[in-house]
Design a protein around this ligand. Structure first.
Ligand SMILES: CC(C)(COP(=O)(O)OP(=O)(O)OC[C@H]1O[C@@H](n2cnc3c(N)ncnc32)[C@H](O)[C@@H]1OP(=O)(O)O)[C@@H](O)C(=O)NCCC(=O)NCCS
Length: 199
């Protein structure tokens, strides 16, 4: 699909799996539940994501409902993808691309790694593939990441990928029983194209 000012993700089903140098991004299935539970039950790993540590049954239920969606039918939809090590087949984590607005062609990324697989650039590589999917595949104009300012590892992921910090929203969210200061990062399609072509 070629991105144009008129293009819309509506009805888009990206081609899976998405391959990068070291990773496969593919739809999440019921078989992923146990491996996902290992990190989604870890209080440190879910500290800055919008759910509490999950029980295995929670993970199974979410996979059966929202997390296994593979298509963008309408704005508000999200596609979550498992991030798998091409070499070993291990589940390293998962990423999500939200389609936020049809009119504004905007999206948002989210990501989480199993802490055992941190520090290798896997999240950066996986989110880089989500940007390609969003800008090139779906024709989005703008993709944002909203990050708790204490989550410095997450901010480094998007900074490595060329996102600009646009805002620091002081104590803007009441999140997990405390005020949270959010950093808003964004990247535009043209910025992404310039960066990718320069690499
Ligand atoms: C946010 C999160 C995914 C970042 O994980 P991460 O391991 O730091 O990110 P990456 O996988 O991209 O790895 C980058 C690190 O690996 C290092 N690295 C090692 N080998 C590398 C390689 N071949 N390529 C790139 N980076 C490499 C980088 O230097 C970098 O370390 P640094 O940030 O200390 O400089 C992880 O902390 C996490 O899952 N947190 C919990 C969930 C969460 O908060 N999600 C975000 C919500 S907004």
């Amino acid at each position: 699909m070629s991105p144009t000012a008129e293009s819309s993700p509506a009805g888009s089903a990206p081609e899976y799996p998405i391959r990068t140098e070291r990773l496969i991004l593919r739809p999440i299935t019921a078989d992923d539940a146990a491996a996902m539970h290992a990190y989604k039950s870890d209080p440190d790993a879910v500290r800055y994501v919008p759910y509490a540590p999950l029980e295995l049954a929670d993970v199974e239920r979410r996979i059966a409902t929202t997390w296994s969606n593979t298509r963008f039918a309408q704005e508000g939809d999200a596609v979550c993808l498992a991030v798998e090590d091409r070499a070993t087949g291990a589940l390293l984590g998962d990423v999500v691309l939200f389609w936020r607005s049809e009119t504004s062609r905007s999206g948002e990324v989210g990501y989480i790694l199993d802490p055992r697989f941190g520090g290798h650039g896997y999240a950066t590589e996986a989110v880089g593939a989500l940007l390609a999917l969003g800008f090139d595949g779906l024709g989005l104009h703008r993709i944002v990441a909203r990050i708790d300012e204490r989550n410095t590892a997450s901010a480094r992921v998007v900074e490595r990928l060329g996102f600009r910090q646009e805002a620091r929203l002081v104590e803007s969210e009441w999140f997990k029983d405390e005020w949270t200061t959010l950093l808003v990062y964004a990247q535009l399609d043209d910025e992404w194209r310039d960066r990718v072509h320069a690499e």
